[in-house]
Design a protein around this ligand. Structure first.
Ligand SMILES: *Cc1c(COP(=O)(O)O)cnc(C)c1O
Length: 401
């Protein structure tokens, strides 16, 4: 393990994120779409990768916009020098939060008049907004058919400028000539979007960012990219589509989850085994205590089928039900020393634990997995294999009353 990490990591549990890979994913998508604008989705703490450092890299790469999940995420980016235009997808009650959007120069998502009135009332200068249309996700947005009337009403607010119109795709697979029904739903969504735009005539063509395409849609349906795409999973190295021609080269920047052995000793009792009830052991067991537990997002299911890597060896997990620790069985690893690096996924020596093994053991989808890691786990960012930056801790900020 690198010396700098020994000295700088305050808590011995960290995710390793390869910023070169993040950059390469962004550039592959940008090359795929050409002049179409790209808004990486960095919500949910950058899909778990750490929103600040990753957004800084995406901004440096030239991302046209960033899509965040909350005002708090947006403020964090502004406070860390990210000047890229930011769209907040929606998680605030806008009539009560309008001032914050103006104060931090954020673009809100609007789909009802109450929001528009509140935003207009607090804006002394022009505020850029995005309108969300529901084309078939069945969640937030004004129904596509109601959009033209809504847009006309919006225009009454002189100080609101519609910078973008967007909608969320429900899911998309590669089109298949032999199976037209596959494309039916995405193309229906696209059709509703287009009709909504036609309903406002020439003005629709002037709205800078018109976007419907998330990860699978932007790859599988070039014809629906309009003026912008909003990839989330693809930025973080994953697409649900099978690889074929036209698919960009993507790989995951999240390379490893690592920890250290905080202590090694022999015990004669504890909560071990599948039932996790207290058991007295008939002979002492040599255990190692590892930083990292359920409170960090590590699944208690890990113990059942999991192991970790220490000194390049597979080491069984004895118990993973603690909030902050994991207990490993060091019987077969007498050479282990306190302070040794422990790999929960990733490589060590000739061994590797792939993320796919953990998805199975933890019974999670990839997005659930990425976002299960608490923001307080350190992120170690690498560039050209060297440590580039480290985050540590997240103490929520107090809000002045
Ligand atoms: C999260 C999000 C995306 C990205 O979706 P992926 O499928 O991860 O690419 C796109 N659009 C909106 C509105 C989103 O909230």
């Amino acid at each position: 393990m690198k010396e700098v990490l020994k000295k700088k990591l305050r808590r011995s549990l960290w995710l390793e994120i390869d910023l070169d890979q993040l950059e390469s994913n962004y550039l592959a998508l940008k090359e795929m779409v050409g002049s179409v604008k790209v808004m990486p989705a960095v919500k949910a703490n950058g899909y778990g990768h750490g929103i600040v450092q990753c957004s800084q890299i995406l901004a440096e790469c030239g991302a046209d916009y960033l899509g965040v999940g909350s005002v708090d995420e947006a403020i964090l980016l502004r406070e860390n020098g990210v000047r890229t235009p930011i769209l907040v997808f929606e998680s605030s009650f806008i009539p009560d939060m309008a001032r914050v959007f103006r104060e931090y120069d954020l673009m809100p998502t609007v789909f009802n008049m109450e929001q528009a009135q509140a935003l207009s009332a607090v804006s002394d200068k022009e505020m850029k907004i995005f309108v969300k249309i529901d084309t078939g996700r069945g969640r937030l947005g004004i129904n596509a058919e109601e959009f033209p009337d809504f847009y006309k009403e919006l225009k009454e607010f002189q100080n609101l400028k519609v910078e973008g119109v967007y909608s969320h795709m429900c899911g998309a697979e590669w089109p298949d000539e032999n199976c037209p029904s596959r494309s039916e739903y995405p193309l229906w969504q696209y059709g509703r979007f287009c009709k909504a735009m036609e309903g406002i005539g020439e003005e629709g063509k002037k709205i800078p960012f018109r976007q419907l395409a998330n990860t699978p849609a932007c790859i599988a349906y070039p014809e629906i990219r309009m003026t912008g795409i909003c990839p989330g999973r693809a930025i973080w190295g994953y697409s649900p589509l099978e690889r074929r021609e036209g698919h960009p080269d993507l790989a995951m920047p999240m390379k490893a989850l690592k920890s250290r052995l905080l202590d090694i000793h022999e015990v004669t009792g504890g909560k071990f085994g599948p039932g996790f009830s207290a058991v007295r052991l008939d002979h002492p067991r040599r255990i190692g205590v590892v930083a990292g537990g359920v409170g960090d997002g590590i699944s208690p299911k890990h113990a059942a089928s999991g192991h970790v890597l220490i000194r390049g060896k597979k080491i069984p997990i004895a118990s993973a039900i603690c909030l902050e620790h994991m207990i490993v069985d060091l019987t077969e690893c007498p050479e282990a020393k306190m302070g040794d690096e422990v790999v929960l996924f990733g490589s060590q020596g000739n061994e590797n634990i792939p993320i796919s093994a953990l998805l199975k053991a933890w019974d999670k989808t990839l997005v659930e997995f990425w976002t299960s890691f608490s923001p307080h786990i350190s992120r170690v960012y690498l560039k050209r294999g060297e440590v580039y930056s480290i985050t540590s801790g997240d103490i929520p900020k107090r809000i002045d009353l």
